[in-house]
Write a new protein. Structure first.
Length: 414
């Protein structure tokens, strides 16, 4: 078995700004480790999985350190393959098909890099194997009618689970069973892709693809491969009820953090230097005053300093930030090297998704309302931002390197 992780490139991740200005989104720390390390860990846990290929259009320089770190941490081959230009969710996969097929693996997992989940890869693999005619099995989950239209929607045979109908982000309601962006694929899928690719090429050069193909090598896995496979009894969906969510907006990082903390409690095993309300990931190099109260659902990065009387909950504090005496941080992301002054409050007010529902539905909140007003429900401080003492920041986004001089509510500070 192999695994492919699609991570897009610097052109994507715009809803993740300003956090993606300093760190590529796939490498943003969630529960103490880069987002896609959670994917790698899920694959590496499967003994049968021998190689992971990460495909994206970030430069190799962006990814080299991460890949080398992962290679040391997990006993599995990990490689990064760079698309020369974004080729869509199917184009890169097709371009690198020989690398995926090399060694003749029995199948490969395909994982969107911007989802977080309790990846049930073993179950998915078993389910796929039980259907000898399956080319692709999709992990699916239940959404509400309203949410569903933002995802790939599937209608399945209730007995065989064959997908009879697939519509990517439909204009109107199709089904509440949505595509989680996690798949297992047989190698024969590349024959289907070859046909799809040919159609795309023909369309591109004859101009009949419209604007949907910015490059002749561009292909949408969902629209050009999955949708035509529906109804052929080669596409199946395995519905899961475990927790799953996308990581699109910076706000959704807070929820992903909450769930990955819960999933990986073993990473929290450091002696508590202060009052901790689990779950909390505290980097061993963080310096924390014993009177601080941290948690629940907080990740604290390397070299962070947390001073006396500080309170932090539902937040991510990135490397080398400083939270000064008696400051409060909640539902916020504090950027690398940022500093929060004494007695200041850095706060968000999200509508909490129901923790008992596996589908976290916080994610489609647009950064701006239709009237152009800012609509974040968390506060984000970019890298090296300085918040002075006795200042309130509520539901605001501060771009990197700003030195604030007053309080802000519902504002974006450029
Ligand atoms: N290598 C590469 N090249 N990766 C890409 C490219 C590209 O040109 N474009 C997108 N990706 C990656 C993204 O980084 C992300 O991890 C994944 O492919 C899907 O990206 P999107 O194109 O943003 O799709 P989406 O997230 O809106 O919808 C997809 O995921 C949903 C589940 O999260 C679809 O598969 C939906 O059907 C699905 O419900």
């Amino acid at each position: 078995l192999k695994a492919v992780i699609l991570i897009g490139g610097p052109q994507k991740g715009t809803r993740f700004r300003p956090l993606s200005l300093d760190t590529p989104k796939p490498l943003f720390p969630i529960a103490g480790v880069p987002l896609i390390q959670h994917h790698i860990e899920a694959c590496a846990k499967l003994e049968e999985c021998k190689e992971i290929l990460i495909i994206g259009s970030y430069t190799t320089a962006h990814m080299a350190q991460f890949v080398s770190d992962m290679q040391k941490e997990y006993p599995i081959i990990i490689r990064y393959l760079q698309e020369f230009t974004p080729l869509g969710t199917g184009g890169g996969l097709y371009l690198f098909r020989d690398q995926i097929r090399a060694g003749n693996p029995s199948a490969f997992f395909l994982l969107n890099g911007d989802v977080c989940a309790d990846f049930g890869l073993k179950e998915l693999w078993t389910f796929h194997n039980e259907r000898s005619d399956a080319l692709v099995t999709i992990m699916g989950t239940e959404a509400t009618r309203q949410q569903s239209v933002h995802y790939g929607c599937m209608v399945c045979d209730t007995v065989t689970k064959a997908v009879n109908h697939y519509v990517e982000k439909p204009n109107s309601y199709v089904s509440t069973l949505i595509n989680c962006g996690v798949y297992v694929c047989s190698l024969q899928v590349f024959h289907t892709m070859a046909d799809a690719f040919q159609r795309k090429q023909d369309g591109f050069y004859s101009g009949t693809n419209g604007n949907s193909s910015p490059h002749p090598g561009y292909m949408s896995w969902e629209q050009d491969v999955l949708a035509p496979l529906a109804g052929t009894k080669k596409l199946y969906a395995m519905q899961v009820t475990s927790w799953w969510s996308q990581v699109k907006t910076a706000g959704s990082a807070i929820y992903a953090n909450r769930h990955y903390l819960e999933l990986h409690r073993e990473r929290q095993a450091v002696p508590a230097p202060c009052h901790i309300l689990p779950d909390v990931f505290l980097h061993p190099t963080a310096i924390v005053d014993s009177t601080a109260v941290i948690g629940p659902n907080v990740s604290i990065g390397a070299g962070v300093t947390i001073k006396a009387g500080v309170r932090i909950k539902e937040s991510i504090v990135l490397n080398h930030a400083t939270i000064n005496e008696h400051a409060l941080v909640m539902y916020s992301v504090v950027g690398q090297d940022a500093s929060v002054g004494e007695w200041s409050r850095v706060e968000g007010t999200p509508s909490d998704p129901d923790p008992n529902k596996p589908f976290a539905k916080m994610d489609n909140t647009p950064l701006f309302n239709s009237d152009g007003r800012l609509n974040p429900s968390i506060t984000i401080l970019g890298a090296s931002v300085v918040v002075p003492a006795e200042t309130i920041l509520l539901n605001s986004i501060v771009l990197p390197h700003k030195h604030l001089t007053r309080s802000f509510k519902h504002e974006i500070i450029l």
